[in-house]
Ligand binder design. Structure first.
Ligand SMILES: Nc1nc2c(ncn2[C@@H]2O[C@H](COP(=O)(O)OP(=O)(O)OP(=O)(O)O)[C@@H](O)[C@H]2O)c(=O)[nH]1
Ligand SMILES: [Mg+2]
Length: 313
């Protein structure tokens, strides 16, 4: 399915392969009347791994195909033959993908560098063949173990684009025009707000310089964006990791706006966006944090008071 939809979050169910069973078998050869146990071990089930890939730029494949299962390990066989290990299943994701366990919200890890891998679900261990039980007094053991189940997890993948510079500005400020002139990106440009609906990355090259810059253009912000007004703040996370932000302002002061007001409104949105993170902390953990700054010396009295109450309780 071909689509240029930009998918930034996907929930997927991953299931690692089960281990192969151990084998119960006895040597059978001509002229060897009672051969000993020779059942081999089962192979390990395939792991499910995520791998960052420079050529993947969205989570769309995972979004449309959210059930991923690695194959089981082979069963052990006679003549002490080990079952083969299940092939590992590798899920390619864009650089900048964070992976959380949906069960408890814990962070499994993030994939930032190309080719970096993360184990998502471990394959089950193979079972043991009956040859392991042979002792001098137990020469024909029939014991063997089955392979273990593979791990199963429900995971949330979140893409935060990795860029050096993030372009921030009001709708129609000219961000897309700028990125189209300094890089090879071809975003849609138009004289109305919210032309850009998905983040766009452009690579800026320099003559005689090996270094490149990755610049990301995101949909325009408006006052109240941190509450979800306009396109909301959901795209701000793509610039969170940028090394620097470039604020694009319409210096002509269109529609009676003064660029200085635009500037302070944008800075205010960025500040409130961080407050939004605090809100998310509250809803996700149910904990009311005590905000302090040890450097500035603010909020320390309530903290001391809370500490005192805890030991008096
Ligand atoms: N005069 C002038 N017009 C510009 C300049 N840059 C962009 N424009 C015009 O401004 C309008 C909006 O440009 P876009 O690049 O689409 O603006 P944007 O910030 O990406 O807008 P959204 O994607 O809606 O947030 C278009 O009509 C552009 O032709 C500039 O440097 N000077
Ligand atoms: Mg745009």
């Amino acid at each position: 399915m071909k689509s240029n939809k930009f998918v930034e979050t996907a929930v997927a169910e991953v299931l690692a392969g089960a281990g192969g069973n151990g084998c119960c078998s006895f040597r059978r050869e001509k002229f060897v009347p009672r051969g000993g146990p020779d059942g081999g071990d089962g192979g390990r089930g395939g792991h499910v791994l995520a791998q960052a890939d420079r050529n993947v730029d969205s989570l769309i494949a995972l979004h449309f195909n959210p059930h991923r299962q690695a194959p089981a390990g082979g069963h052990g066989r006679g003549k002490r033959q080990h079952g083969r290990n299940g092939r590992d299943l590798i899920i390619k994701v864009p650089c900048g993908t964070e992976i959380h366990d949906e069960a408890d919200g814990s962070l499994l890890g993030e994939l930032l560098e190309p080719d970096q891998q993360l184990l998502l679900a471990g394959g089950g261990k193979g079972g043991l063949g009956n040859c392991h039980w042979k002792t001098s007094t137990h020469q024909a053991p029939r014991e063997f173990t089955k392979g273990a189940e593979g791990e199963q997890k429900r995971l949330r993948f979140d893409l935060k684009i990795m860029a050096d510079i993030g372009l921030i500005g009001f709708p129609n400020a000219g961000k897309s025009t700028l990125i189209s002139r300094i890089s090879h990106a071809h975003p849609r440009i138009a004289a109305y707000p919210f032309t850009t609906v998905n983040p766009i990355i452009g690579t800026v090259k320099f003559d005689n310089l090996y270094r490149e810059l990755r610049v990301v253009d995101i949909p325009g912000l408006i006052p109240g964006a941190h509450h979800g007004a306009g396109m909301g703040h959901k795209f701000l996370r793509h610039v969170e990791r940028a090394r620097a932000l470039a604020i694009v302002l319409d210096m002509a002061g269109s529609e009676g706006r003064h660029p200085a007001d635009d500037y302070s409104d944008l800075i205010e949105e960025l500040r409130l966006y961080r407050a939004e993170l605090l809100e998310e902390f509250r809803t996700r953990t149910g904990i009311e944090p005590l905000l302090i700054s040890a450097r500035e010396g603010t909020g320390l009295e309530p903290l001391k008071q809370a500490m005192l109450e805890m030991i008096q309780a």
